[in-house]
Design a protein around this ligand. Sequence first.
Ligand SMILES: Cc1cc2nc3c(=O)[nH]c(=O)nc-3n(C[C@H](O)[C@H](O)[C@H](O)COP(=O)(O)OP(=O)(O)OC[C@H]3O[C@@H](n4cnc5c(N)ncnc54)[C@H](O)[C@@H]3O)c2cc1C
Length: 198
Amino acid sequence: MELGEPDASGRRRPVPIKGSEFDVAYDTVIGAIGQTPDIPADFKVRTGRGNTIQADAGLATSREGVWAGGDAVTGPDSVIRAIAAGRKAAISIDKYLGGDGVIDEELTPERGIATCAGITADDFKVQPRVKMPCLAPEKVVGNFTEVELGLPEDGTVFEGKRCFGCGYRKQISRAPLPPAAGKAAVQPGTPSPVSGIN
Ligand SMILES: Cc1cc2nc3c(=O)[nH]c(=O)nc-3n(C[C@H](O)[C@H](O)[C@H](O)COP(=O)(O)OP(=O)(O)OC[C@H]3O[C@@H](n4cnc5c(N)ncnc54)[C@H](O)[C@@H]3O)c2cc1C
């Protein structure tokens, strides 16, 4: 396949490349393309294309008092849109229950971040990933046994000590390089001049 011209939505769809077909012999093929929700009949909600649950703009379904959102409504989509659907449905449910639909109450205060990233070893920047023990190739043919065996306890603890403070990058300015280093002071929150890094 190759990407074709953008369609009405602006998205380039894959189109077959003529004459690119070829045959290969396999002993096992697992088709893992496409996803459809499996909506039990006793949910009693109207479903539509691709067996997705039909919902209105406020995500109310055809069944009184039942709302739906996420992939089960849109079909395969993204995490952030599923989260947004949760908020949209909450607003709609609040109004249904007589509220004003304002759900901006902050239940958990935003936490400040520690300014120390927690250096745990001398080679902090280059700690290699712990190797995942796997089944030997001859043992995985003809069965569905899980190939990755899981990290041993010390490997799990080691990986768990990595810094997961992805938000730090937003709080710490890029270190000035010479000759700028001599002129510029490091200001927290300064946007990075490198495109794609914020
Ligand atoms: C391989 C893969 C990679 C992806 N990568 C990304 C990515 O990088 N970024 C991104 O944004 N999105 C990604 N997605 C899409 C993302 O995972 C989904 O859009 C998102 O998880 C949808 O959230 P959801 O809450 O609607 O559904 P789900 O996350 O599917 O949650 C539905 C939940 O309902 C439960 N459930 C199902 N039936 C019943 C039942 N009858 N009773 C009770 N519980 C039930 C399921 O067990 C599940 O826990 C990926 C999806 C796949 C499959």
